[in-house]
Write a protein that binds this ligand. Structure first.
Ligand code: OSB
Ligand code: MG
Length: 370
């Protein structure tokens, strides 16, 4: 069904987290999120930009994303006549990097097309499962007892695997104590690039704790050092930051740098590239799972849709709205069953209603491109 984008609306919203989230690169207490609304024939599609507030996860941040959308990605898509949403990503081919910025727009176009077709987004992007498996990501805590308590709380909710964040000074000892307290859980650790190959001896000692994987231990843009590290580790290495395209996934897998891939919709620039990453991994027998970026309900619902693709065989960082937000921008909020799953919605598009009153109440700025 052909459609033409008549208007693009950028919304920046402020959302305080229920509790601070800390990683090796910093601490977040409030999200500044850009939502992208695309309009065709009176129907609106929505997407979320997953850039952080500072350029510490990757090079992007809220402000850079806003400018890329306003000056480059928005104008490239506005007025364009689409035969299919698959044409969207190539419109941004000249933009180097900034995939989270234009990926939010790309995802909105997929949502729009699904709504125009009257299809749930998960089916429209090729999903095959109606219920997705959920894990949680638990930030660095002020003490090990606090971490153990947080893990216990999440397990009691039914989550299927626990990811903890590590960094130098919060690693071996912490993982050892978590393993002692919870010997049988599915456990993994994410370093967000806090180590170098010089730390390999220390990282090898993690093997003792039979983690499901260690996520992005080395530099954010590295593949080769991860391959060298994987050669010494029994624990599978999973890449997050380093995989921005399907080409990177192909190279990382070929070189033995990743036995598992974290797919993030924003990081790779939307659904078309996320599916390509998924396809490359599936063809090589490499399991993937869906990562998270502390998304509002819009991005969260998109992550649920992505997680229904066949290669997403491991529980993702896709969890209930209430873990992050007192009130979410969608209704109902995303909820997780007592066995740690999210059943997908069969409503058209991403499957949840936007709470427009709330959106207005937390708006920081808005701009219409037309
Ligand atoms: O590396 O997976 C990451 C949050 C912000 C930035 C990077 C990461 C994360 C998470 C949170 O681990 C996952 C979530 O949204 O629940
Ligand atoms: Mg990560």
């Amino acid at each position: 069904m052909p459609f033409r984008i008549e208007q693009i609306r950028l919304h920046q919203i402020a959302m305080p987290l229920v509790r601070p989230f800390e990683t090796s690169f910093g601490r977040t207490v409030e999200r500044q999120i850009v939502l992208v609304e695309v309009v065709a024939g009176g129907v609106a599609g929505w997407g979320e930009v997953t850039a952080s507030e500072q350029p510490f996860y990757n090079e992007e941040w809220t402000e850079s994303a806003w400018l890329i959308l306003k000056h480059f990605a928005g104008p490239a898509a506005l007025g364009h006549s689409f035969e299919s949403a698959a044409e969207c990503a190539p419109l941004f081919g000249r933009i180097r990097g900034h995939r989270m910025a234009w990926g939010g727009l790309e995802a909105a176009v997929w949502d729009l097309e699904a709504r125009l077709l009257g299809l749930p987004l998960w089916r429209h992007v090729g999903g095959t499962r109606a219920e997705v498996s959920c894990g949680v990501s638990i930030g660095i805590q002020e003490s090990v007892p606090a971490l153990l308590e947080a893990i216990g709380r999440e397990l009691a909710c039914g989550y299927q695997r626990i990811k903890i964040k590590i960094k130098p000074g919060w690693d071996l000892d912490v993982v050892r104590q978590v393993r002692q307290a919870f010997p049988a859980i599915r456990l993994m650790a994410d370093a967000n690039s806090a180590y170098t190959l010089a730390d390999a001896d220390r990282l090898v000692r993690l093997d003792e704790f039979y983690l499901m994987m260690i996520e992005q231990p080395l530099a954010h843009d590295d593949i080769l050092d991860h391959a060298a590290l994987q050669a010494r580790l029994a624990t599978p290495v999973c890449l997050d930051e380093s995989i921005r395209t399907a080409h990177h996934a192909e190279q990382a897998i070929r070189l033995g740098a990743a036995k598992i891939v974290n797919v993030k919709l924003g990081r790779v620039g939307g659904f078309a590239e996320a599916r390509k990453v998924h396809d490359v991994a599936l063809a090589s027998g490499v399991p993937v799972w869906c990562g998270g970026m502390l998304e509002s309900g819009v991005g969260r619902a998109h992550n649920v849709a992505l997680s229904t693709l066949p290669g997403f065989v491991l529980p993702g960082d896709v969890s209930a709205s209430r873990r992050y937000w007192e009130r979410d921008v969608i209704a109902p909020p995303i909820e997780v069953t007592d066995h740690g799953t999210i059943p997908v919605s069969d409503a058209p598009g991403f499957g949840y209603a936007l709470d427009l009153d709330f959106l207005r109440a937390i708006a920081v700025r808005e701009e219409i491109l037309a």
